[in-house]
Design a protein around this ligand. Sequence first.
Ligand SMILES: Cc1cc2nc3c(=O)[nH]c(=O)nc-3n(C[C@H](O)[C@H](O)[C@H](O)COP(=O)(O)OP(=O)(O)OC[C@H]3O[C@@H](n4cnc5c(N)ncnc54)[C@H](O)[C@@H]3O)c2cc1C
Length: 390
Amino acid sequence: MTPPVLVIGRGPAGMLAASLFCLAGVAVDLVADGAGTLPLWSGAWHFRSYDGARLLDDPWQWWADAEGHPYAAWSSQQWREGWQTLSQVWRLAGIPTHPLPSRNWWTVSAAGTPDRAFLVPAWQYAVPAAEPVCLVGFEGLADSLADVQAVRYSRRCNLRAEVLALPSPPGWDGTWSTVRWASYLESEPGGAWLLEELTRRLAGVSDELPLLFPQVMGIRRVADILGAITRSTGRRAYEVPAPPPALGGIRIQEQWTRWLLRNGARFRSGHVDGITEDGVTWHHTQSLNGAAVVNATGGVLGGGLAIRRDGSLWETVAARRLGGSSALGQDGRVVTAGRQLPGCDPDRHGDGGAVNLASAVEAVRGTLQRLGWQPARSAGEGGVGIVESH
Ligand SMILES: Cc1cc2nc3c(=O)[nH]c(=O)nc-3n(C[C@H](O)[C@H](O)[C@H](O)COP(=O)(O)OP(=O)(O)OC[C@H]3O[C@@H](n4cnc5c(N)ncnc54)[C@H](O)[C@@H]3O)c2cc1C
């Protein structure tokens, strides 16, 4: 029997690469020694958010004109298909998103500053143009910064930002974590309490303003809760990101993991310490056979992949330099996926999401080609075009 493809790492890049293998009908094992960075994410993927120090309006145009970036050669059509694939994977996994925009969405950061983002979960505030808003805060919730956010938002956008302060719920005490708040708000008494308090206090808020809540509006039932608020108040209701660790990323990781498991991916926990001709070694002595290896070990949180001073990519599992003349860190049967690539600086450019996406697509496509595998046309629950279409 052909062994599975081994994806090392279950951060966003590893999860996406594994999803593309599943959709191509290829057996995949995800091997990881930790949760990766998804639980730190608010949930939005960035295409390209900055042009120097300025927020960038049109990422499509930026990529069309790009030079010197590892993915500068990707056409608008490739990007479009890549983003559509990712949003389809998420939709299949039960993570709805706002439609793919023709310009970056406007959103609000955890600190209250206006921000740009591209692929945004439907629960998160995302609009085509910045507008007056109402920031909702809960007394006693540590990450509830509505008053601070409102001051910063109106100063930066020169737009009105009102504050709606809600009290702490019955039974609340200072030990409540973000997850405790979220599970209370998605319980029946929590939902009833929230709607009652909103109805009581909304009179003071201007009619047309959308209500922006901190990111604690349920764990699994966020869409139901925000929908109930809209039905009951007539207002648009969204979350804005909270500082990490973030419930948005935790929700995504849970849903996405469940979908991968349903589609046959296997999750294995442990530290990989070597790459061999037949797969990898882990736990020092044991080996795992794999038809190919995708190295998605990250590096943002330490360990994983590292970009060296000479611009090459250092792969810490087998302790060797990857890439050769290729900027994309490919070395025979090992390909890399993730934002740690020579020539990228997502912290400055806000293009980490795009690099994760393109590198995962390239890693899967390269692996399938090298192995001479024809992807099944409609594997998984829906079949997605990206793997077949290139
Ligand atoms: C706080 C924070 C918030 C962010 N928010 C966003 C956001 O909202 N939107 C966005 O687009 N980007 C965001 N980013 C950027 C994002 O983190 C990176 O783009 C992303 O982490 C890269 O993902 P990855 O899958 O390459 O790596 P990671 O998420 O770091 O995953 C690496 C995986 O590899 C595993 N691993 C590493 N070495 C080994 C080994 N030897 N053996 C076994 N397993 C191993 C780890 O356990 C982990 O599972 C954020 C980053 C941070 C730090």
